[in-house]
Design a protein around this ligand. Structure first.
Ligand code: MG
Ligand code: MG
Length: 307
């Protein structure tokens, strides 16, 4: 682990880190959340408790039988998206679809059904945009949105939203997926620029619920066993993110809910990484993450910050 981006211990806490350091933390947070959650993906909280007590270590395993610290499609698709943005110099739907297709050809450890369907359609038609679908409200577009938030951080809100939709519609063209994906990107951008948790809640999370009441997360009971449906994913992530006070607590909270835990872990991890910064990430998790992934995350975060 190259830790030259870590601030000194006196710099701990929100507000003390710059954009680049927070961007790196968001990337590492995503990968750590994915690796941590993958162990308990599709399990119930009761099954997790019986097997692990509280699951909080990068031990691999799970239904994909992963190595400790190995990541899944959530992280590798985000990295593929980020590479396409760096190559094209912008979020270009065609370049994104091509990058995702190359990613699929390389036989990733897992792939969502909606993603597979979208990429097979792209191979057939060459059109990087799926038609609108009521059924494609999965979390696959949201889980990979981090590179867009970073690449458009100095642009207008409209440009950020457009970039989100361009990458999303390659596989998921659905209003709830769009609303959640754009909200996440706006929260990530603000958090990387130093906005605090209360600001993220008032500026973006609450307005999402006003516009789409399906996402209500404050009044609803604890969202256990969140599925890949974007509404359940966001409810679990927001509950864990807004009701905890550290990167570690947030990730442990969300993955122990089970269900689509690698994806809730990845999304909560990018948000918490951006908010709490690199100093908030426990050393044992940084150290336990796959070395190649760690390197790729750091390089891509720096390159996109400079785009
Ligand atoms: Mg996955
Ligand atoms: Mg998943």
């Amino acid at each position: 682990m190259n830790d030259d981006f870590l601030p000194s211990s006196s710099g701990r806490g929100a507000g003390s880190e710059g954009l680049q350091s927070r961007a790196i933390a968001a990337y590492l947070g995503m990968a750590i959340g994915d690796a941590l959650g993958s162990t308990v993906e599709f399990m119930t909280p009761r099954e997790i408790a019986a097997e692990y007590g509280v699951h909080k270590s990068l031990v691999g395993g799970g239904w994909l039988n992963l190595k400790p610290g190995q990541v899944t499609d959530d992280t590798t698709m985000a990295l593929a998206l980020g590479e396409s943005i760096l190559r094209a110099g912008k979020v270009d739907a065609h370049a994104v679809a091509h990058a995702f297709d190359q990613w699929m050809r390389a036989k990733p450890v897992d792939i969502g059904n909606t993603v597979r369907r979208g990429l097979l359609a792209f191979r057939k038609t060459g059109d990087p945009k799926m038609p609108p679908s009521e059924h494609d409200a999965g979390n696959g577009a949201a889980m990979r949105v981090l590179p867009v938030a970073l690449a458009t951080h100095a642009q207008t809100e409209a440009a950020l939203r457009e970039g989100c939709r361009a990458q999303a519609h390659v596989t998921h063209n659905n209003p709830l997926s769009d609303a959640a994906t754009e909200t996440l990107a706006l929260m990530l951008r603000d958090a990387m620029q130093g906005v605090d948790k209360a600001g993220l809640l008032h500026r973006w999370a609450q307005p999402l619920v006003v516009k789409h009441p399906e996402f209500a997360f404050r009044a609803s009971r604890q969202r256990l066993n969140p599925s890949g449906y974007i509404v359940e994913t966001i409810q679990a992530v927001f509950q864990a993110f807004f009701d905890t006070d550290s990167f570690e607590e947030c990730l442990i909270d969300v993955v122990n809910r089970g269900g689509d835990a690698d994806t809730t872990g990845a999304i909560a991890g990018m948000l918490a990484g951006a908010l709490y910064g690199a100093a908030g990430i426990p050393w044992r998790w940084l150290h336990g993450l796959d070395g190649g992934v760690q390197h790729a995350c750091k390089q891509q975060a720096i390159a996109l910050t400079r785009l």
